[in-house]
Write a protein that binds this ligand. Structure first.
Ligand SMILES: NC(=O)c1ccc[n+]([C@@H]2O[C@H](COP(=O)([O-])OP(=O)(O)OC[C@H]3O[C@@H](n4cnc5c(N)ncnc54)[C@H](OP(=O)(O)O)[C@@H]3O)[C@@H](O)[C@H]2O)c1
Length: 296
């Protein structure tokens, strides 16, 4: 079997004009474009490349972006003060904290310092709690709940297949709060039967062998082998390693694409759509804030 490609870039190109149009409406109604404030602490070459691609996407969509770059050595109080300042700044619509953060920092405390109203990643306890308490996608949409961006991108690519997910076996490898866990919740909302695997999982290949849907959010290049997959599986790879032509995902793409029915390429899969989900959330926040300020 040769898998069909789930091209996030193609979906992103389809969604971009709508976001551009909404950003233009905000700009016209209040005289300033939606504004995203990015906080970057340290960061390797790959993170820089990914950040540049987000800034370029903002520019193309008519969303302004500012970057607060702090050195790897920045202290937690310094970061918390900056986040509180951005939270109180009336010109800022969305706040994004670049990840991974240096390991010496308490990522949870930093996440919690983001103003929930401007939390465009949907990762603060307030927003994440609302997300987790929703039982269906319809409930999430009706309540205007933000889905964490990468999980949102994975969901949209899965929906692109047109496959009815209900009752299918899904295995998510990785349980971070920004990728693995929220994706597992979304799959459960679609009525898949979900197994959440992690570094202590015994015999991962055995779990994968029964999976109709595999989500890779491991953080190890080419970790998931083609031979571990069930023939016809849908494979969604969140992994990003390296930069430029050497960029790789968490799945051994060559081998997996001979076994899977659908697969996301890296690059051009989950990554570009995650950026579009982020832009969508920034514009959504700007729209809400514009409505609120016009009403007051
Ligand atoms: N496309 C995007 O927009 C986007 C956004 C964010 C991240 N990413 C990428 O997505 C991947 C995951 O990111 P993350 O932030 O979720 O990573 P993370 O916080 O480091 O989490 C990795 C997860 O993988 C699990 N894991 C590690 N080694 C394993 C093993 N040998 N077997 C099974 N599970 C294992 C860990 O288990 P434990 O919990 O037991 O430690 C953990 O739950 C990375 O490649 C990252 O670059 C992509």
């Amino acid at each position: 079997m040769i898998a069909k490609l789930l091209k996030g870039k193609k979906v992103a190109d389809r969604l971009k004009p709508g976001i551009q149009q909404r950003a233009a409406v905000v700009t016209e109604s209040r005289g300033s474009p939606p504004l995203l404030a990015v906080l970057a602490v340290g960061g390797d070459a790959a993170s820089q490349v990914y950040l540049r691609s987000k800034l370029q996407a903002c520019k193309e969509a008519g969303v302004e972006a500012t970057v607060e770059s702090l050195p790897e050595s920045a202290s937690e109080p310094e970061i918390l003060t900056l986040l509180r300042k951005l939270g109180a700044d009336p010109t800022v619509d969305g706040i994004l904290v670049e990840r991974p953060l240096p390991s010496k920092l308490d990522a949870l405390r930093i996440t919690e310092a983001v103003c929930a109203e401007k939390d465009v990643e949907g990762v603060t306890t307030a927003n994440y709690g609302r997300f987790c308490s929703a039982k269906t996608l319809a409930d999430m949409r009706a309540a205007g709940i933000l889905i964490p961006c990468t999980a949102d991108a994975i969901l949209q690519l899965l929906l692109e297949t047109g496959v009815d997910v209900q009752g299918l076996e899904a295995v998510v490898v990785g349980r971070s709060n920004i990728v693995g866990r929220p994706t597992a919740h979304l799959l459960s909302c679609l009525n898949a039967t979900v197994t959440l695997c992690h570094s202590r999982t015994r015999d991962l290949p055995r779990h994968l062998k029964g999976a109709d849907i595999v989500v890779a959010a491991v953080g190890e290049p080419h970790f998931i082998q083609g031979g571990w997959l069930k023939p016809g599986a849908i494979v969604l790879d969140a992994g990003i390693h390296g930069a430029g032509p050497d960029i790789r995902g968490d799945v051994d793409f060559e081998a997996a694409s001979r076994v899977a029915s659908y697969i996301t390429p890296v690059p051009g899969g989950v990554g570009p759509l995650t950026v579009i989900c982020l832009l969508d959330h920034v514009v959504l926040s700007a729209e809400r804030r514009t409505r609120q300020s016009l009403a007051s």
